[in-house]
Design a protein around this ligand. Sequence first.
Ligand code: KG4
Ligand code: ZN
Length: 345
Amino acid sequence: MTPTRILALETSCDETAAAVVTDSLDVLASVVASQDELHRRFGGVVPEIASRAHVERILPVIDQTLSNAGLTLDQIDAVAVANTPGLAGSLLVGLVAAKAICAARNLPLIAIDHLQAHVYACRVASGHDVFPCVGLIASGGHTNLYDCRGPLEFELLGATIDDAAGEAFDKVAAMLGLPYPGGPAIERAAAAGDPKAYDLPRTFLRDERRLDFSFSGLKTAVRYTLVGPGKSDFSKLRLDPQRVANLAASFQEAVVDCLVDKAFLCLRKTGRRTLCVGGGVAANGRLRERLEARSRLEDVQLHIAPPRLCTDNAVMGAIAVERFKASEFESLDLDVLPGVVRRTG
Ligand code: KG4
Ligand code: ZN
């Protein structure tokens, strides 16, 4: 029997991505067009530039994906698209492309929650069921902890009250003169640094009542260490490579301490024994190492997708298979929802 084939699209932030996945979660093709080059000189994603770049790339990315899979649109059974959360203009480009294909080909349209999809990347990568679990998503836009009762049944239990973890990596990298995206650059610099060189704050770490995160105080602490308390002028700053390495390592360790500790607090509070971790920051080697060590210690089943499935991609859009099986299709009136959905299912 021919498998069901879903074309999944992802344009929630600054990657234009498409993939073809089957109902047995085989990935037939996956293409990701990164916009890092366009946003680098601004040190972060510029929404207007991101949506314009999506407009230019979405059709070539879809064509390339179908061609890599050796398929035409005639052999696709449904189109799925991330419509929440993300940058409104970016989300709209993927949604309009998906609707146009569905209208032209009379195909069903499936909505994807981008954050649920990040957790589902663990399901695709592991090859077996990972639910129920605690889901930790650490990306450029979100740092969320979920109780995931099933692939489509999520409850938000904790979130950052200010900067997302990835955003803090990007901003601290800019202060240290490192390139965008900051996460990989800080990780590389930290390899030659001492994580104990600077004593940086770990907000809420000792507060067992809260599953929230806050990284803006940490970011400010790095700034004060560099330019002095209350100051923000970086123009006269002279940075030697060892100082950069030590600050990068100390900052990374502080973020990792918070992420690991709150994820395990969430496991304790929910009674779950499985932890799935996704989002761009989950590509970080130190975070992966620390999560693996703690999971061994506490006998927790840990699933972290390979780094290329942690950063934004459309393979994680395979979560659409769950909706396809439940015949959960959308009308062509579907809209984007830039904010986070707190509870589903
Ligand atoms: O999930 P993602 O690709 O896009 C969003 O949905 O935001 O995450 C991008 C974020 C960026 O802030 C980037 O600096 C961070 O993930 N990131 C990392 C690493 N690779 C990407 N952070 C720490 N270590 C990394 N190796
Ligand atoms: Zn993401």
